[in-house]
Write a protein that binds this ligand. Structure first.
Ligand SMILES: [Zn+2]
Length: 511
């Protein structure tokens, strides 16, 4: 069973009283139409008035002893807080009355002739839902891939997947739009801003630039330079130099070292430049130095938007196990995964982790072509051994529960960093399982990709519009397909992107 479903079932079954003021909706977790309706319900239900439970013997007996498995499988059942049971169309109107957007439907659905009409329509869909969603549970799990493949060349799988998609299409578009509005609001709040934290020990400079600004607006990744206790980390790309200059003139931070976490263009474009400006030497890992001399030619989209970084010029120093700061030291930990040369910096005294791009949110579905998710998993497992109270990401987010870090909506996320990392670990492990099973069953990559984004998982449709925009705008360099490929990397050689494969006519994703 899906983790989200498991958690919900557990929450419901452990709560033996079943008497809190919530409506319990029992739905068929194997039916694509039922699952899609649950997505709608969860979106409408902002105040958590309902709990959706996939039907199981345990869920039914924990919820109400009057519920019968056969009845529940035939139509939707809702148990009201007062104990009343509604079924079929009456359950639909009961739920509809709970939310302002659908209240009118709920009230009118009780009246003649709408009630009678509603019951007929509901009965028709309920009786025929399996012929509409052809493979039971297919989109959530390819339970019997051999059968599915033999029967209809996966057409049952795709018709089920598309049905789930089209029922949720308004939700997909709405999430895409509200996500975009949120990104715009965070972008303007952080525009040319500076955050001074921990009595000035930690400063975050938000970097802007005409073309680089498209990235936070479209994808939500803010650009930053971090100065921690005299160490400048990842000072941006050449196209963000004006913004960085303005910050340096205003804040006049003390900088004794310039460090890069990894050789991606938005992190390493100003290493020598900042070093010359401040007299602070550059420190990078041996592998990052190798990647920067010379820096590979970027794909044109990234070169135009972020800027091609110059090659790293000597003199520079190679990072050891620690790097001294003004008042202490930072541990340097290799964390390959996001890319092979990635390192993070950890202050054990402050319990602070400068994570660079080694975290990037618990749910991140459009990786770059040099991500190796298996290595990333191992790196995150190592980070779980650290005691972390403040996690500073390379793209502006700070995860912490500490009260001495003030609120900054969209940037400071009130979440225990270890919980955030463990959620990401759990997600990556689940993906690994899906992908390994898919390849073992010799399913086409497109099907494996779809099975990694089942519509039953909220993140799949919520980020669908954004993920597909990213795929389109980056010409396939950052995409959900890359996520699948990132689990089957062999060796250090980069795989071609899907677009390159199409153009050159090679029809394989595995070397
Ligand atoms: Zn990166």
């Amino acid at each position: 069973m899906d983790n989200e479903l498991l958690a919900e079932t557990a929450a419901a079954t452990t709560d033996k009283k079943c008497a809190q003021p919530v409506y319990r909706a029992l739905y068929d977790g194997q039916c694509e139409i039922c699952q899609a309706c649950v997505s709608w319900l969860k979106t409408l239900d902002r105040e958590h008035k309902t709990i959706c439970l996939p039907i199981s013997e345990a869920a039914l007996s924990a919820c109400d002893s009057r519920l019968r498995m056969d009845d529940c499988l035939r139509q939707l059942h809702v148990v009201a807080p007062e104990g009343e049971i509604y079924a079929g169309w009456d359950a639909v109107t009961c739920l509809a009355r709970l939310f302002p957007l659908t209240r009118l439907i709920g009230v009118m659905g009780e009246w003649f002739p709408f009630r009678q009409l509603g019951r007929i329509c509901y009965g028709f869909v309920a009786a025929n839902r399996y012929s509409l969603s052809k493979c039971r549970g297919g989109t959530c799990r390819v339970a019997k891939p051999e059968t599915v493949r033999r029967q209809a060349k996966l057409s049952a799988f795709w018709s089920c997947y598309l049905l789930g998609f089209f029922i949720r299409l308004p939700l997909v578009l709405w999430s895409g739009l509200s996500g975009a509005a949120q990104r715009v609001s965070i972008f303007f709040r952080a525009y040319h801003r500076r955050l001074d934290l921990l009595d000035g020990k930690l400063t975050i400079f938000f970097l802007n630039g005409v073309l680089p600004n498209t990235v936070p607006l479209l994808f939500g990744e803010l650009f930053t330079a971090v100065v921690y206790d005299g160490v400048a980390v990842d000072p941006g790309s050449p196209k963000m130099r004006r913004s960085l200059t303005a910050h340096l003139q205003r804040a006049k931070p003390r900088i004794a070292k310039v460090v890069a976490t990894h050789a991606h263009e938005e992190h390493v474009g100003n290493l020598n430049w900042l070093s010359e400006r401040t007299g602070a030497p550059v420190w990078v890992s041996a592998m990052t130095a190798e990647f920067l001399t010379p820096f590979k030619k970027l794909p044109w989209v990234r070169a135009v938007i972020i800027g091609q970084p110059p090659n790293l010029k000597p003199p520079y120093h190679i990072l050891g196990e620690t790097v001294d700061t003004a008042s202490g030291y930072l541990q340097v930990l290799a964390t390959p995964g996001h890319c092979d040369d990635h390192i993070v910096l950890y202050d054990p005294k402050e319990k602070l982790l400068l994570a660079g791009d080694a975290f990037m949110g618990s749910y991140f579905a459009t990786p770059n072509p040099d991500v190796d998710s298996l290595k990333w998993l191992a790196s995150l497992e190592r980070l779980m051994e650290l005691d972390i109270e403040i996690l500073v990401e390379g793209h502006g987010h700070i995860h912490t529960l500490r009260a001495d870090i003030p609120n900054f909506p969209g940037v400071v996320i009130r979440q225990d960093p270890k919980v955030a990392i463990s959620q990401k670990l759990e997600y990556l492990r689940w993906l690994r399982e899906q992908i390994e099973a898919g390849f073992q069953e010799r399913l086409p990559v497109r099907v494996i990709e779809a099975s990694c984004f089942p519509w039953g998982r909220r993140t799949s449709w919520e980020s669908c519009a954004t993920d597909e925009c990213i795929r389109l705008l980056s010409l396939g360099h950052f995409s959900r397909t890359e996520l699948v490929r990132s689990f089957v990397r062999t060796g250090t050689e980069l795989l071609p992107t899907v677009y390159e494969v199409r153009i050159s006519g090679r029809d394989e994703l595995r070397p």
